[in-house]
Design a protein around this ligand. Structure first.
Ligand SMILES: *Cc1c(COP(=O)(O)O)cnc(C)c1O
Length: 408
């Protein structure tokens, strides 16, 4: 018999979102008439915008003709799109040959695990998007699950109200791969330039590499906040940026993302990280969908930018409604604190005296609203709930009415 992959054996029970979905299903089965509304998963709900849809439609029609047909494209992505991303999002910060088009940020994070392999220690913000740790567990870069939550061999960097959700980096050992997400999922906090400078300086001084997940950059409305890590000087020497059209343009189902791997970034032996990344992308990937890439190009021209800005604004308006509901008298009286600056689709609420799954169940039962338990994002998320603003306006409005009646 073949031995089970040890990494899988180390993986603790259930990924967060399947457990949330299971509790919702069980509740629905027990209450068949309940109209459940989800403020849970981070999945987009609004349609693709007209200009972007048209670009993909035109391209698909072309594919159905001899002249317009094309097969495999460049492993690293359409040159036009790499140039567009460099020009629009990284002027003076990254060149087209440092940009790699992919089928999404989560997929890039998975491939990054193969780039670094099992020998590299990792550090994550706590709480964090579960994929950084779970993916590392699968490739054997960590130890076993701990009874108190988390995994052996992972450095958790608590991000709490006390430290304004920016971690104490002194817990990180030299030579660590640091996963960092801003605006953060789940806390919704976008780091400032000063904070990111601290992170970049720390990485450069300690031989660390940062995997910077900027999937929510389009939600940043405060002009003073950095939208990319490369706004910080010397980030090219220590940071890979992972990004996506998913939350920017509603491409969660279409699938399109990109990574930025600067040519200045090197391993201990001097090999360029970019060189190995080229190899990973060519070997384990065969290029993003040509249709999706046409949509991505359209998303970054002036019409596309106007449309996607309005699309993101819609979710930000939802978030403002949720914020209002969560700061109303019934929540305030119970000491609930809501962290939200207006630069993210997520609101992060602290419920003193509650375990995350208990307050999740109570809100599901009394409001028939699904949220996400903070504890599922890491040990420091205990006592918190994440509220997502991805949803149709009428559903969000109804959820807010129900939340206003919640007795705490
Ligand atoms: C949604 C999300 C992504 C995007 O993943 P895709 O695979 O591009 O859809 C990446 N990082 C975080 C933190 C996310 O929440």
């Amino acid at each position: 018999m073949i031995e089970r992959n040890k990494g899988f054996a180390n993986l603790s029970a259930g990924y967060l979102f399947p457990e949330v979905a299971k509790r919702r299903r069980d509740y629905q089965a027990a209450h068949p008439d309940a109209q459940i509304i989800s403020l849970g998963v981070g999945n987009t709900t609004e349609p693709l915008t007209p200009h972007i849809t048209q670009a993909m439609e035109d391209y698909v029609r072309g594919l159905g003709t001899v002249e317009g047909y094309s097969g495999y494209g460049d492993d690293y992505g359409l040159s036009e799109l790499r140039e567009k991303i460099a020009a629009v999002l990284y002027p003076g910060m990254a060149s087209p040959d440092e940009i790699f088009i992919s089928d999404g940020a989560k997929c890039d994070i998975a491939r990054i695990q193969t780039l670094f392999g099992p020998g590299t220690p990792i550090a994550v913000q706590d709480p964090a998007y579960p994929v950084y740790v779970d993916g590392s567990v699968i490739v054997g870069a960590t130890g076993k699950a701990r009874s108190q939550g988390g995994y052996d061999g992972v450095t958790y960097m608590p991000c709490t109200a006390e430290n304004k959700f920016f971690p104490d980096l002194s817990v990180v050992k030299p030579g660590t791969l640091i996963y960092f997400c801003s605006p953060n999922n789940p806390t919704g906090v976008a780091s400032t330039k000063e904070q990111l400078k601290k992170l970049v300086d720390f990485a450069n001084e300690n031989g660390c590499i940062i995997i910077y997940d900027a999937a929510y950059y389009a939600f940043i409305r405060d002009q003073k906040l950095p939208r990319t890590i490369y706004e910080i000087s010397d980030a090219q020497k220590c940071a890979i940026e992972i990004n996506s059209f998913s939350k920017l343009a509603g491409f969660t189902g279409v699938r399109l993302g990109w990574s930025v791997v600067p040519s200045k970034l090197a391993f201990a032996d001097g090999t360029s990280v970019r060189q190995d990344w080229c190899r990973v992308m060519a070997t384990l990937f065969n290029g993003a969908s040509s249709i999706a890439q046409r949509g991505g190009l359209a998303a970054l021209d002036s019409k596309g930018i106007a449309e996607t800005t309005a699309l993101v604004d819609y979710y930000l308006e939802n978030a403002a409604l949720i914020r209002k509901a969560l700061t109303a008298q019934n929540f305030a009286a119970a000491g609930v604190t809501v962290y939200y600056t207006g630069d993210s689709p997520y609101l992060w609420g602290y419920f003193p005296g509650w375990k995350s799954w208990d307050i999740f169940d109570k809100i599901l039962d009394e409001c028939r609203v699904v949220t996400t338990p903070g504890s599922g994002f890491g040990p420091a998320g205990e006592g918190y709930l994440r509220f997502s603003s991805f949803g149709h306006r009428k559903d969000v409005e109804e959820a807010c009415v129900r939340l206003s009646k919640l007795g705490l």
